[in-house]
Structure formats: structure tokens, C-alpha cells
Design a protein around this ligand. Structure first.
Ligand code: FES
Length: 108
């Protein structure tokens, strides 16, 4: 089992460094396991948007392409603006190159 460490900024703006992300988890699963208030009502199927978060720019590039389903959901966000680095965290698999990523949890 491998893991990397990321920084998470919660909806109140509290920044927590050294959050452990294990290699068998999506980013959404990591956030849920670490007790962040991510509802993930669709179970990680890119259809509910409750796992929406913002990445730092470098990590956004590292995390790879956004597929059509995810893009459709991001375009229809209601609680938050889609920003250039918006992602559905359920669609981001573990990648050791994401070590040090900064993830700001979106209002949905
Ligand atoms: S968990 Fe529903 S879109 Fe990610």
C-alpha cells in the first residue's frame, strides 16, 4: 500500500496539510475517509456533483483529462461556479504525481 499527502481546504477555509491519500482510493474516497463533508450521493458515478472541488493549477494539469460526463455535470453546477480548476473528485484516481496537491472543497 502506498500513499501520498495532500493539503485540503474545507468549506470554512481551514487548511489541513498532510492528509493521507491511499493508492486504492479516488480523491473523493480519500476526502470521505478523512471525514470531510462530501455527500457523494451518486457513489462516484460523476452524476451528482456533491464531490466537486477545486485543485491547484499544477495538480489540475496532472490529474488529466475531464471526460464528457464530468464536463456536463460541472457545467450544470447549481451551488457553485465552475472554475478553471474545478473537478469532480470521484473522477480523480490516485496518482503519486499528485503528492502535495491542494484541494479546496467546493460548495458542490
Ligand atoms: S460522487 Fe457524485 S459526482 Fe462524484
Amino acid at each position: 500500500m502506498s500513499s501520498i499527502q495532500i493539503t485540503v481546504i474545507d468549506r470554512e477555509g481551514v487548511r489541513t496539510p498532510d492528509v493521507e491519500w491511499e493508492d486504492d482510493e479516488s480523491l473523493m474516497e480519500c476526502l470521505v475517509r478523512n471525514s470531510y463533508p462530501i455527500l457523494a450521493t451518486c457513489g462516484g458515478n460523476a452524476s451528482c456533483s456533491t464531490c466537486h472541488s477545486y485543485l491547484d493549477e499544477i495538480s489540475f494539469e496532472t490529474a488529466g483529462e475531464i471526460d464528457e460526463d464530468e464536463a456536463d455535470v460541472l457545467d450544470s453546477l447549481t451551488e457553485a461556479e465552475r472554475e478553471p480548476t474545478s473537478r469532480l473528485t470521484c473522477q480523480i484516481p490516485w496518482d503519486e504525481d499528485l503528492e502535495g496537491a491542494v484541494v479546496r472543497i467546493g460548495p458542490f
